[in-house]
Design a protein around this ligand. Structure first.
Ligand SMILES: Cc1ncc(COP(=O)(O)O)c(C=O)c1O
Length: 380
């Protein structure tokens, strides 16, 4: 077990009276990231400070850092603005025949549902939804449905509603046996939960930057497996073409692309205001180390689950949920006054049906958890 990381609240701008336990909604930026962002946007006041090489160097740095976090190399990574954009690239390039299936989870995040519904309708295929398993074992439930009729399994590493965990290495192995492609939405896990890329071997993996990557909104990443890197991009932007570094020769139009997964980069991927901000978050995560982050957050959620259990509030057992995630099930359901009480107490969590999604990070201290329980005791 790696050493826990001490509280890092000093690196963030969270007032003492705010208990922000909602990283799954979006993370706060590091103070340094906001300062870098102010400087970055300020460059546009004086555009001559944005140099031709900046179109390439900053986005390459973000690409390289994300690749390091994932255990891939930079050639594997495209810059995308949203999970939906990355998933659209996967959908545009994966074969699905009439009568085949696309497997998803019940109550999966909509960006990883609509795209497959559309693809299934276009190809005469079927979306196969794995129902929430009574005992919480998503891996078993997925493996039971994954056979050679499944063309694509489009899955998260943990369920966005309550952190229900999927063993993607086991699922990846079954996908390869069955001849199914594996598309992973790592939005709610990458940066907070280790992922063994060599064991999972996804065809595509997408991760927006604004949650567990501590980055800004609208800057995310798509991993593309080697066998798909000659695929079709969604759009045809100039910078993705070979030789785009030479601004004087852009009208020597070229059919070939920049190397690796760069052909899939979104237009204007150089994003001078946001890319430097995303870089700071990725650098910080790499400095802390994902294993240590995961162990620290798992200890935090375990302590919360234990206090909740003493009040009769249940949660999935630790081996069936991602360590950084907790879905608290309130006995008798969520009281109607709960959202108001949480707001009054300045406690930020997500209320999802009858459960509370509690997702701490390294900026949370004991008092945040005390504040959460003050509210829970008052409403139960
Ligand atoms: C599992 C999951 N995927 C994706 C997203 C965001 O999707 P997009 O980047 O398409 O807005 C979220 C946001 O809450 C999410 O929870």
């Amino acid at each position: 077990m790696p050493d826990p990381i001490p509280c890092q609240r000093h690196l963030f701008d969270l007032p003492d009276e705010v208990a922000y336990l909602n990283c799954a909604y979006m993370s706060p930026l590091l103070k340094r990231a906001a300062a870098v962002g102010a400087e970055a946007i300020g460059r546009k006041l004086q555009p001559w400070r944005i140099h031709a090489e900046d179109f390439f160097t900053e986005s390459e740095r973000a690409r390289t850092l994300f690749a390091a976090l994932l255990g891939a190399d930079a050639e594997a990574v495209a810059l995308v603005p949203a999970a939906s954009y990355g998933l659209a690239i996967a959908a545009a390039n994966l074969p699905v025949a009439s009568g085949e299936r696309i497997l998803i989870l019940s109550e999966q995040f909509p960006s990883n549902v609509y795209v497959w519904r559309a693809l299934a309708a276009e190809r005469g295929a079927e979306v196969l939804t794995v129902e929430r398993p009574a005992g919480g074992d998503w891996t078993g439930a997925v493996l039971a449905r994954l056979d050679e009729r499944v063309a694509i399994a489009a899955l998260p590493q943990c369920h966005w509603i309550d952190g229900g965990l999927l063993d993607l290495a086991a699922i990846g192995a079954r996908c390869r046996e069955a001849g199914s492609a594996l598309v992973v939405d790592a939005t709610q896990s990458l940066g907070a939960l280790p992922l063994d890329l060599a064991a999972v071997r996804p065809d595509y993996l997408v991760c927006p930057g604004y949650k567990w990557l501590l980055g800004p909104y609208s800057l995310g990443y798509l991993y593309v497996a080697p066998q798909h890197r000659d695929g079709r991009p969604l759009e045809h932007n100039w910078i993705a073409r070979r030789g785009s570094e030479d601004f004087a020769r852009l009208i020597d139009y070229r059919d070939d692309y920049q190397g690796g997964a760069r052909r899939f980069d979104v237009g204007e991927r150089s994003n001078f205001a946001l890319v430097p901000v995303g870089i700071v978050g990725l650098e910080q995560l790499l400095a802390w180390g994902v294993e240590r982050i995961a162990a620290t957050l798992a200890a935090k959620t375990a302590a919360i689950a234990e206090r909740a259990a003493a009040l009769g509030i249940g949660a999935a057992p630790a081996h069936l949920r991602a360590g950084h995630y907790l879905g608290l099930r309130l006995p008798g359901g969520a009281p109607p006054e709960l959202p108001e009480r949480l707001a009054e107490g300045r406690v930020f969590v997500s209320v999802r049906g009858d459960s509370l999604r509690v997702t701490p990070h390294l900026y949370n201290h004991e008092e945040d958890v005390d504040r959460l329980f003050e509210v829970l005791r008052a409403v139960l």
